[in-house]
Design a protein around this ligand. Structure first.
Ligand SMILES: [Zn+2]
Ligand SMILES: [Zn+2]
Length: 426
């Protein structure tokens, strides 16, 4: 059976995250979204770990709530260190096979710093040392470089990343099986680099809340038996057996194009290179986006789908579709009323986005919303690219000029948070 998973989320104990994130709320909203399996987020945090142990029962590495909703142990860590004369900043998603191993992982990190001040703690450990030391604890620990292309904290990020997996991990590269593409890149962009052909590309939301326009906005879909175990998931990741990934249009991501948010400057890669990545307003270096960075490292002219690579689909969250069509804010009563009515009718959001037929959709909602859902499913969405921390804007026929992001968003992180590594960087 198809299992839609979101294996990178955060708890209420991570910086800039909703304080309402609890296991019962995550389960509730995962069911509404149509996500079948969630990462727990933040298992290194002592209070969150206590909450996990109180609310979940483990069997074969799968943690279930009392209503049998499944989670797997997941956390994210931020490594900041110096290598080759440069400061490096890399985020990792870690998966643990059971509670006992998770406790050992946390004990390991406590040798290098505190784990109780943030659900995504920072350590000065080199990536290759962390991989070697975690693998010595248990080979079943999965280590996945997170949102690999984002300028800050991505493995290949333009600001503090590396030019290759091998440059980062050296002889420990052999333990890396998967790369998280992040919101601002999709598999096609990664297929521009032949050196990445061997990796399983995965997608997840890196969500900082349980709202359905965040949780599950990207996902990894597995083909598993109904009594799947942690090992089945790891086996699929390590042997490239993932069925497909769900992606937002990469232009929707906050770091797709190169630009400066404060100067309101955005450029496609060619234009930015012509300007030597210098901002024409403030004369400072622009934030080089994911698209430009991919082009810089690519060894192919065009994407080439590697043998055995997973398929992918591009979607955007239903709340985003409704709010864009109706020209109103995503968290408004109008959007929620329509959203709830549709969930009641079709069961969950993924059913609506992936399966519901147009006729039936038009009976339930405004035909423009029904039409937009079908258009997106067929891959016909255009998006004005995001840049330097600003989300991209879906352009829906008839609404091209409407910018839903004119509504100020608290979640857009400020520069100070970004430098310290505290915000949302997917
Ligand atoms: Zn991250
Ligand atoms: Zn500027």
């Amino acid at each position: 059976m198809q299992v839609i998973t979101d294996l990178h989320i955060h708890s209420k104990y991570s910086r800039a995250c909703s304080k309402q994130i609890t296991i019962p709320n995550l389960e509730k909203w995962a069911r509404i979204k149509g996500v079948d399996l969630l990462g727990t987020g933040d298992f290194t945090h002592p209070l969150w770990f206590k909450h996990l142990k109180e609310t979940l029962t483990e069997k074969n590495g799968i943690l279930r709530t009392k209503n049998s909703f499944p989670f797997i142990l997941q956390t994210e860590v931020s490594l900041i260190y110096s290598q080759g004369g440069k400061t490096r900043k890399v985020h990792f998603v870690l998966l643990s096979p059971d509670f006992e191993t998770a406790e050992k992982i946390t004990e390991y990190f406590k040798r290098y710093g505190r784990v109780d001040y943030d659900g995504r703690p920072i350590f000065g450990i080199k990536s290759y040392d962390m991989v070697r030391e975690l693998k010595a604890i248990d080979d079943l620990i999965e280590i996945i470089p997170a949102h690999v292309w984002t300028p800050w904290f991505g493995l290949f990020g333009s600001k503090s990343g590396f030019d290759s997996v091998e440059e980062c991990f050296k002889d420990q590269s052999k333990h890396i099986y998967a790369l998280e593409t992040g919101l601002s890149s999709d598999p096609e962009m990664n297929w521009m680099l032949s050196s990445l052909d061997k990796y399983q590309l995965v997608s997840s939301s890196d969500s900082h809340s349980f709202w359905p326009w965040r949780m599950g906005r990207e996902a990894t879909v597995f083909d598993l038996n109904s009594d799947f175990s942690y090992k089945d998931i790891i086996d699929a990741i390590r042997n490239k057996k993932v069925l497909k990934t769900v992606e937002v249009d990469p232009a929707y991501g906050k770091y797709h194009y190169t630009g400066h948010r404060k100067c309101n400057i955005v450029m496609e890669p060619e234009k930015a290179l012509e300007n030597n990545n210098i901002c024409p307003v403030c004369n400072q270096l622009l934030t080089v986006g994911v698209m430009e960075r991919v082009k810089e490292l690519a060894d192919r002219e065009k994407p080439l789908k590697p043998e055995g690579a997973s398929d992918f689909i591009r979607l955007i969250p239903l709340s985003e579709i409704i709010s864009t069509v109706l020209k109103t804010s995503i968290n408004s009563k109008t959007v929620w009323a329509i959203y709830n009515k549709m969930i009641e009718e079709f069961g969950n959001e993924y059913n609506i986005l992936l399966k519901a037929d147009k006729e039936k959709l038009s009976e339930v909602v405004d035909s423009r919303i029904a039409e937009t859902i079908i258009q997106i499913r067929q891959g016909n969405l255009k998006v004005k690219p995001g840049f330097d921390g600003v989300y991209g804007v879906p352009l829906i026929t008839g609404n091209e000029e409407y910018n839903i992001f004119d509504v100020p968003k608290k979640e857009i992180t400020d520069k100070r948070e970004r430098q310290k590594g505290l915000g949302d960087f997917s």
